[in-house]
Design a protein around this ligand. Structure first.
Ligand code: BTN
Length: 322
């Protein structure tokens, strides 16, 4: 994989994300110095800082080894910034991380509580669908938030905030820029690579469930033409989870930020495209003209009529792959 450089990232972040896409690998000082156009001495200092922060780096005279075998690791998740006060629950197997997070929210678990599983045997999707969640393949992540507002417009931005956070985390860690298909699926090369299920537990308590397909794996027939993955065999799901948690808390913690919906529109894969939608069993087509600040999709039909979609499923023909 080619190294990606993001404007504004510190050298420390760049080195961490470089290794986060290369779990289990050892890279020499000279190679890192050349890749990052930085003296070896500086590389050594920064790599030592990362090890002190709790990331599992083995540092020898010759090389730097990232000892993450992609078993979910609380130490790595916390080293990415999930603080000690926030409970983190990791499971090898669970029915659904959303269901577990819901139970915790009913018991008033602290804000930000995180539940992650290597494998879900009853992963839940929107509209009663299941979400295929095989072992050692994807990130199955649920976080509990307690939004301190009852403003409906702000509450309606939780789902877009989660989609933006997921796209940002993927972009930062891997350099891959997925598009957001309204409302909250992430697409790459015309295939769905992530889904989001936000569920209210009670007024003021919401579970945000995010599933990201990381590794390419064989898919069941029902989804094999629709679903895809980030396509990285050597990705650290723990680093991705830690970065995602931080982005999610930031985006959902400031739902009034005008930059949130700007970023949602910027990352949209549907704006300007022809879409198909269904109302009361009738199928319509139109052009996705705009997304307003409440996250509604404004569609212009061929006769010039405008329809405002608040929720529901749309289809887009991705002639131009996203
Ligand atoms: C969808 O695409 O319909 C939404 C999929 C949401 C999947 C995630 S995986 C983590 C969390 N736990 C679940 O059971 N579902 C969500």
């Amino acid at each position: 994989m080619i190294f990606h450089y993001h404007e504004g990232m510190t050298l420390k972040q760049q080195l961490l994300f470089y290794f986060a896409c290369r779990t289990g690998s050892c890279i020499s000082g000279p190679v890192l110095a050349k890749t990052f156009q930085t003296p070896e001495k500086v590389i050594r200092e920064v790599m030592s800082e990362l090890a002190q922060d709790g990331f599992p780096f083995r540092i020898s005279e010759q090389e730097y080894c990232f000892e993450d075998d992609d078993t979910l690791s609380e130490a790595i998740i916390r080293a990415c910034g999930v603080s000690g006060e926030v409970p983190v629950y990791l499971f090898d197997e669970i029915d659904s991380t959303n269901l577990y997070a819901r139970k915790l929210a009913e018991e008033k678990t602290p804000a930000g509580t995180l539940v992650i599983a290597d494998h879900q045997n009853a992963g839940r999707g929107r509209r009663g669908h299941s979400f295929y969640s095989p072992a050692r393949s994807g990130l199955y992540f649920s976080a509990v938030i307690y939004p301190d507002t009852d403003d409906r417009t702000l509450i309606s931005r939780i789902t877009p905030a989660a989609a933006v956070a997921a796209a940002e985390a993927i972009a930062e860690v891997t350099g891959i820029e997925p598009g957001i298909k309204w409302v909250n699926d992430l697409y790459l090369d015309g295939r769905k690579i992530a889904g989001i299920l936000c569920e209210a537990v009670r007024p003021g308590a919401v579970i945000i469930g995010i599933g990201i397909n990381c590794r390419p794996v064989p898919l069941p027939d029902e989804i094999k033409n629709i679903a895809g993955s980030l396509g990285i065999d050597t990705l650290s799901r723990s680093v991705l989870a830690g970065v995602l948690w931080e982005k999610l808390m930031r985006r959902t913690g400031d739902l009034a930020d005008p930059a949130l919906m700007e970023e949602y529109r910027r990352r949209s894969a549907v704006l300007g495209k022809e879409i198909t939608f269904t109302i009361n069993d009738r199928v319509f087509t139109g052009i996705a003209e705009a997304i307003n600040d409440a996250g509604n999709l404004i569609v212009k039909k061929p006769d010039g009529d405008i329809t405002i979609l608040q929720s529901g499923e749309i289809s887009v023909r991705f002639t131009q792959k996203i």
